[in-house]
Write a protein that binds this ligand. Structure first.
Ligand code: GLY
Length: 372
């Protein structure tokens, strides 16, 4: 397994639990890149965007799997992962926001999503500290959140308990291919042999030496800047995940309120910028004015692994037997971890592509003559 983020750890855990010899190679610390940067929203409903209809069944299926996945992970690790299922709200403040909210609501309702329209007064009944000018909101009862940092910590423990080996601080510099088949991964001290190599290196998945260009997943980094403030956990400013205009707000049980996120095409530039932080704070303050008094606890950046159609790339790589891709999750890495783990582990064990991921293979990006 190349990559110790939530995707690599989840697949590794599933495979180790099924009796496979699993080695997860992580060049830094497990779960500390995009899996740490994420906010952990499980928001298949409100994140459904026009043009992304093919992705929706995958997101809904993984959202359905999360409660069992979380319970199993908590039982296996002895650690809790902070799954919360109180629903999510999207709020509109201005007339423009209202028009966008109504149009998204109608689009999402046509997709069969169980959303509820709330007046401004109804929204404030549920979240009294919202901007008093809130004009309307949409409530999505099935959306929620998980504490992604806790989930990664639990996966590290569950992987080890299942017999999987995690190698932190070990960089895979390439994949060795012999006669069109993977022979293993190249480490600083030589070849580590493997029957199957799963490439789950997030935004870095394209940077793997030794592979023919056609086998590399077309993934790029999509930068996000984020920050958090602390609330009084006994009297939090917010109880639901709330999407305001130009930001989202994710309250954790310990009083942390996460504010996200910018979306930037800046390559691997990890800098926090004044403009990025200003935009987040302004949007968050307009939605929830009470944050003005709250201390800022953390600011960070992360790199979403974006693919050309914003959907993940799951299943066998083109042109190299034994190489399996689990990357390109873009905005949905945490949400899609359970379905990715089940489907990729199932593929490694049985050699069959799970019908639920059939539309998300690397072949969709192949030039037409190569795919034929
Ligand atoms: N899913 C939230 C984000 O990508 O910022």
């Amino acid at each position: 397994m190349i990559g110790g983020g939530i995707v690599g750890l989840s697949i590794g855990w599933r495979l180790a639990a099924a009796g496979c010899a699993v080695d997860v190679f992580e060049r830094a610390k497990a779960g500390q890149a995009a899996s740490r940067a994420a906010a952990g929203m499980l928001a298949a409903g409100v994140e459904a965007e026009p043009g992304e209809q093919p992705l929706l069944p995958l997101c809904l299926e993984s959202q359905r799997l999360w409660p069992d996945f979380a319970a199993e992970l908590e039982a296996a690790s002895g650690l809790e992962v902070g799954l919360r299922r109180e629903g999510t709200m999207v709020v509109a403040l201005t007339r423009d926001d209202l028009n966008i909210l109504r149009s998204n609501y109608e689009f999402q309702r046509k997709l069969g999503l169980p959303l509820e329209w709330l007046t401004g007064a109804q929204a404030k009944e549920r979240e009294p500290f919202l901007n008093p000018r809130v004009a309307a909101a949409v409530y999505s009862p099935n959306d929620g959140q998980v504490d992604n940092r806790k989930a990664c910590g639990a996966l590290v423990v569950a992987l080890a308990k299942a017999g999987g080996r995690l190698h932190e601080g070990v960089e895979v510099t390439g994949v060795e291919v012999t006669n069109g088949r993977v022979a293993g991964v190249v480490l600083g001290d030589g070849l580590h042999q493997a029957d199957v190599v799963v490439l789950a290196a997030g935004a870095w998945s394209r940077q793997m030496a030794g592979l023919p260009p056609a086998s590399l997943p077309p993934v790029r980094p999509v930068k996000g800047q984020m920050l958090s403030v602390s609330m009084d956990p006994a009297d939090p400013l917010l109880r639901h995940v709330v999407w305001g205009p130009k930001c989202y707000l994710v309250p954790r049980a310990d009083g942390t309120l996460i504010v996200g996120a910018t979306t930037e095409e800046k390559g691997f530039d990890a800098s926090l910028t004044a403009g990025g932080v200003l935009a987040l704070l302004e949007a968050a303050w307009r939605t929830l004015p009470g944050i003005e008094e709250r201390p800022i606890t953390e600011m960070w950046t992360g790199f979403r692994p974006g693919s050309r159609d914003d959907a993940p790339i799951l299943g066998p790589a083109l042109g190299v037997d034994g190489l399996v891709l689990a990357t390109g999750h873009h905005r949905n890495g945490i949400l899609l971890a359970p379905i990715t783990a089940d489907a990729i582990a199932g593929y490694v064990l049985a050699g069959q592509v799970d019908p639920r991921i059939a539309g998300f293979g690397a072949d969709r990006f192949a030039p037409r003559e190569a795919a034929a």
